[in-house]
Ligand binder design. Structure first.
Ligand SMILES: Cc1ncc(COP(=O)(O)O)c(C=O)c1O
Length: 407
């Protein structure tokens, strides 16, 4: 959201803003920051020392560019247990991947099942298809903490259901969805299963075989620790979404249509090679650390943050409130205070960066009862510390004291 001054209650209470506040980044669900050092180095090396386009030339630098793209694809294939790395196609972000999968697989008269916790990258896509092509989406309602009953998904299926699309974890409550169970239902009914892994790739173990995921949409700049402008879609063999775009692939140029081979079929246009260099470094960092270790740290940080927030008088916390059942993000509100003001004071006075509002997921807010006011969202990353969260707790306590006149 755009930056603006606090609009009421807290204005004036924090007139003395320190110039020397620490900078604590707690908005990793929007994009991860900082990145591992190797990511910055890989991007700089690519821009300065490689510079050539991938898939377009036979000279040495062009081959180096090819190698970078291959490295990124192979690292992702290892991370998601994809047997054939060419089934991972690169896009600009999860939004593009979701659009490619959804618009490429469904058409007029088709029915799609999804949940009430989806991001607008899924929801707006389905609403647009509903308006323009008569596609029928069914939104399976989730509980107030964002949890989804897999049986409800099965109950929503119809003879013309052509796709099930589900977020792996909500970007509003962090709630982890029963992806493996829904994958099993989808497989039993022969319906393609698309998972939005924007909030989970790199922080939760994902295995497309075990979880029976047919299409996996991911973004590079969040948990995968890469730069903006990178993302991708895994497409299981046997699934052939229509491409979103047509154009040059550097191969079979005489053909009037896209080559049928992957990944070229879905990668028209010059690839973001230096972005992919950074993404490869991010994913290699994750593979070296191990997703299990990253998840374990995220869980302990989440537990700590939940405890810190629980101590804040008047804090209403949404979602499962259980580190085992959510990823490292927590939404809350302070009773009687506009979330915009909380976020503003956290930033201006304490140097703590959080996000406030609807987080591009109005359906999820409707589900948890916060559509009218949104939430303040704290989202953790691998490089956060317990001390960051203690400081957040103290800052919120202090805001509370100021506002409620306690000191
Ligand atoms: C659950 C979810 N899906 C999709 C997206 C879209 O990701 P991107 O903006 O990288 O395309 C986001 C981003 O916040 C998200 O949280």
């Amino acid at each position: 959201m755009s930056r603006r001054a606090p609009c009421g209650l807290v204005r004036g209470l924090f007139a003395e803003v320190s110039e020397k506040v620490p900078q604590i980044y707690l908005d990793n669900a929007a994009t991860s920051f900082p990145k591992p050092e190797a990511v910055y180095q890989a991007i700089e090396h690519c821009l300065r020392r490689v510079g050539a386009s991938a898939g377009r030339g036979g000279y040495r630098l062009a081959l180096k560019a090819d190698e970078i793209v291959y490295r990124a694809r192979s690292a992702l294939a290892r991370l998601f247990n994809v047997k054939d790395a060419s089934r991972i196609v690169f896009t600009a972000n999860a939004t593009e991947s979701l659009n490619l999968a959804i618009k490429g697989l469904v058409g007029p008269g088709d029915h799609v099942v999804t949940s009430s916790m989806e991001h607008n990258a899924v929801w707006r896509c389905l609403k647009t298809l509903e308006r323009d092509q008569g596609v029928e989406p069914t939104i399976v309602p989730c509980a107030a903490d964002g949890t989804l009953a897999p049986e409800a998904v099965e109950g929503a299926l119809r003879p013309n259901t052509r796709l099930i699309v589900l977020t792996h974890a909500s970007n509003v409550t962090g709630t982890i969805m029963p992806v493996a169970e829904v994958g099993e239902i989808a497989r039993r009914h022969g319906i393609p299963f698309l998972v939005d892994a924007a909030q989970t790739a790199g922080v939760l173990p994902i295995d497309v075989e075990r979880d029976r995921i047919d299409l996996l949409a991911f973004t590079g700049h969040k948990g995968l620790l890469g730069p903006f402008g990178t993302g991708g879609l895994y497409i299981r063999e046997g699934f052939e979404p229509r491409p979103l775009k047509e154009g040059g692939t550097g191969s079979e140029s005489r053909l009037p249509y896209q080559p049928q081979t992957l990944p070229e079929r879905y990668e028209a246009g010059t690839l973001n090679v230096c972005g992919l260099a950074g993404l490869a470094a991010g994913v290699e960092f994750i593979l070296n650390e191990g997703v299990e270790k990253i998840r374990a740290k995220e869980k302990s940080l989440t537990r700590h943050a939940l405890e810190a927030l629980a101590d804040v008088e008047g804090a209403e916390i949404y979602g499962p409130k259980d580190a085992e059942r959510q990823v490292g993000l927590i939404s809350f509100n302070l009773a009687g205070v506009d979330g915009v003001e909380v976020a503003y004071v956290l930033d201006e006075v304490y140097g703590i960066m959080v996000r406030v509002g609807l987080h591009c997921a109005p359906l999820a807010h409707q589900t948890i009862g916060t559509l009218d006011r949104g939430t303040v969202r704290v989202s953790l990353g691998y490089f956060n510390t317990f001390a960051d969260l203690d400081y957040l707790g103290e800052a919120l306590q202090s805001i509370n004291r100021q506002i409620r006149g306690g000191g």
